[in-house]
Design a binder for this molecule. Structure first.
Ligand code: HDD
Length: 690
């Protein structure tokens, strides 16, 4: 299928030189690049060495300002295709024909940390999609939470200043656990709903491939007749939604700060293309006031039980970028990049964004011609009168004003063919005013709904997260004020948090059960997706004496299912298996940790694998995997090692001498190749994630 974006990238690609000499930027051949031109062997460097000066100048200018938020990210190309025509509610060309694939570029990101911060921090994740449609670029610049922290964009600088590192110390990096953020939160109850999401496991996704995305705002679809329909956008990952646990996420920050971007890159490189379904919640214009919250308030969701999510298409990411800087760093999203059939609403957060994104690109990318950078260039033809400015790289001819006669009137405005963007004809009437609508004032009921919708283990994680974050806040009055705010959501939640952070338990508040609503669709329990081990990383701990046939029997079965299995030993190279043959090791224990894997298998050998049982790294590997709730499995003599590390679980499971599963621990003390029942139970445990 033709991919116009790919054709454009191919045309723009500058392959690294394979023949010919090194040159300067001016194309002059260079014969020496290791020593600067100097006056004598030990003399000063000469200004006339233009190659030296150019090389250093270019180096000095290699960086551009990082994004003020969402600085750290990873991106990929792919395509979107609708399941069927959406003409019933939008005229957008890319949503009409299932046979038409629209190229996309997606950038995922964290928000608080700088470009070089770690991936697995507690934070919102950005999920920004650029659709290169036949009618121009459409950007859906969303997050992995469906709600935002503030209601009006004029507060964005305040919120970002509060969450960013503190102005005197520039601490903390990639974290929200500090005084200024919680000071702001405790004074600004509109933040609470999004804060609840931030304290939940949604804020530490296992993978960019395993998180949802949301457009957040209520947007507007417009059909050919000019009829509007309110719409909320949802991306649902085919891989299911999965998260890390906090202790694991923190260790991962050190063990592999690139954990999420590596996962995305490696999966695409291996042909395991991540996929999301695009769903929409549609609300007819006449139902604008049918809800007990305001559709224009970005701190609210429309519960899926009230308005179901209708799947309309799918997106597949199947190509990694060629060049991180040129593409992922220079991609410029803008909420105002819409195409005919997609329009805005008066959500005051969205209105502010429609100003902010173009503004930021002008400083970040150094001028208005950034739309010519390959990743930003539309595949639709561009004909404007806007030309001058930094970095114009086209040679435009002809006139640059309208109307003109000297240029035969070109480019003329679009005619009666209906192809032009027409703004939705909304009637607006009101006095100029600076006041939040009364319909935006309820900050607690949906926050409570989120809390009510969580499974017990999710609630426990949320309480622990509040205790962690507030426990790092120095100002006790900020801790207390936040707890008092939580008491407006659920008194028991507020008290549990208070007990962990050394402030008085609030006496007054909302008794549990007062807010009755819940939305089961919000719990991770509902979002696990199809049980599959595809792309799951499984560590097999091996050492001298291991039964290679046993390892192979499990390994092959898991690999057939799409899992990625690695043999890990105390040292790299090979181990000597029980049959005397060398068994290839994939990684050495000191270079990895169990936080980088989804499950662990400890195989055995006829006389055991003593090198493993006595290796502190191996013991820690297994213990941490258990602590983090990951599936563990052991065979033959490996069961003994597991028994020493997690005695309670294994004693229970080996009684029968058969394959037994308990709390995600699967063991079979029998020797020889693994029984199919063992493989199946272990596979099921891995597919269930935790
Ligand atoms: Fe924003 C970047 C998502 C509110 C101002 N935002 C940015 C990115 C994402 C979001 C995913 C990174 C894009 C990329 O990968 O390049 N932002 C959101 C969502 C919001 C939101 C889902 C609420 C619904 N943002 C928001 C407001 C403002 C901004 C209210 C300002 C009024 N956002 C920006 C920005 C950034 C940005 C400063 C920084 C870099 C950039 O735009 O390109 O303009």
């Amino acid at each position: 299928m033709t991919d116009h974006k790919q054709d454009q990238r191919d045309a723009a690609r500058a392959e690294g030189p394979t023949t010919g000499p090194l040159t300067t930027d001016q194309g002059v051949a260079v014969d020496h690049t290791d020593d600067a031109l100097a006056a004598g062997e030990r003399g000063p460097t000469l200004m006339e060495d233009f190659h030296f000066r150019e090389k250093l100048t270019r180096f000095d200018h290699e960086r551009i300002p990082e994004r003020v938020v969402h600085a750290r990210g990873a991106g990929a190309y792919g395509y979107f295709e609708p399941y069927e025509s959406c003409a019933e509610f939008t005229r957008a060309a890319f949503l009409q024909d299932p046979a038409v694939r629209t190229p996309v570029f997606v950038r995922f990101s964290t928000v608080q940390g700088p470009k070089g911060s770690a991936d697995t921090v507690r934070d919102v994740r950005g999920f920004a999609t650029k659709f290169y449609t036949s009618e121009g670029n459409y950007d859906l610049v969303g997050n992995n939470f469906p709600v935002f922290f503030i209601q009006d964009g004029i507060k964005f600088p305040d919120f970002v200043h509060a969450v960013k590192p503190e102005p005197d110390t520039d601490i903390p990096t990639g974290a929200s656990a500090h005084d200024t953020l919680w000071d702001f939160v405790s004074l600004q109850p509109e933040t609470l709903h999004a804060i609840m999401w931030l304290m939940s496991d949604r804020a530490i996704p296992r993978s960019y491939r395993m998180m949802q995305g949301f457009g957040v705002h209520t947007f507007r679809f417009v059909d050919t007749a000019g009829r509007g329909t309110f719409v909320k956008f949802h991306w649902n990952p085919k891989q299911g939604v999965h998260s890390l646990v906090w202790d694991e996420a923190q260790e991962c920050q050190g063990r592999d700060p690139d954990f999420n971007r590596r996962d995305l890159w490696d999966s695409i490189a291996a042909g395991e293309y991540p996929e999301w379904e695009l769903g929409v919640q549609l609300v007819p214009e006449e139902d604008e006031f049918a809800f007990d919250f305001d559709l224009l308030d970005a701190t609210k969701i429309i519960p899926e039980e009230q308005v179901p999510v209708r799947p309309i298409g799918r997106m597949v990411l199947d190509r990694n970028p060629d060049n991180f800087f040129a593409e992922t760093e220079q991609v410029a999203f803008h909420t105002a990049n819409v195409v005919p059939g997609v329009d805005f609403t008066n959500d005051p957060l969205l209105q502010a964004r429609n100003f902010s994104y173009l503004d930021t690109q002008l400083i970040r990318l150094g001028g208005p011609n950034f739309t010519q950078i390959p990743v930003n260039r539309p595949v639709a033809p561009v004909r404007t009168n806007q030309r001058d400015g930094y970095h114009q790289d086209a040679l435009h001819t002809g006139t640059n004003y309208s109307p003109n006669s000297l240029g035969a009137g070109c480019p003329a405005v679009s005619g009666a063919d209906g192809s032009a963007y027409t703004h939705y004809a909304q009637r607006v009437d009101g006095a100029t005013i600076r006041r939040r609508s009364p319909s935006f004032q309820d900050h607690y009921s949906q926050t409570a709904m989120f809390w009510n919708s969580m499974a017990d283990w999710e609630k426990e994680h949320i309480v622990q997260a509040f205790r962690f974050e507030l426990g790092k806040v120095g100002a006790l009055k900020v801790r207390s004020r936040t707890v008092d705010e939580l008491a407006h959501v659920d008194l028991e939640l507020a008290r549990s948090v208070a007990r962990g952070i050394g402030v008085p338990e609030p006496q007054d508040g909302v008794e549990p059960g007062r807010y009755k609503s819940s939305s089961p669709a919000l719990s991770l329990e509902a979002l696990r997706g199809g049980s599959s081990v595809r792309t799951r990383q499984i560590a097999v701990l091996v050492a001298d004496g291991v039964d290679a046939a046993q390892v192979t029997s499990v390994r092959e079965a898991l690999t057939v299912e799409g899992a990625i299995v690695e043999a890990i030993a105390p040292t790299d190279g090979t181990v000597t298996a029980s049959d005397g043959e060398a068994y290839q090791v994939d990684r050495a224990l000191p270079t990895v940790a169990s936080v980088l894997y989804d499950a662990v298998l400890v195989p055995g050998g006829p006389v055991g694998t003593p090198g493993l049982a006595s290796d502190p790294d191996a013991v820690r590997f297994v213990r941490d995997a258990y602590r983090h709730g990951k599936p563990l499995a052991a065979l033959g003599s490996g069961v003994g090692m597991l028994e020493r590390i997690v005695p309670d679980e294994v004693r229970r499971t080996t009684q029968s001498g058969q394959v037994v599963t308990h709390h995600g621990v699967v063991t079979d003390a029998r020797t020889g190749v693994a029984q199919s029942e063992f493989v199946r139970k272990f596979t099921d445990a891995v597919a269930a994630h935790r």
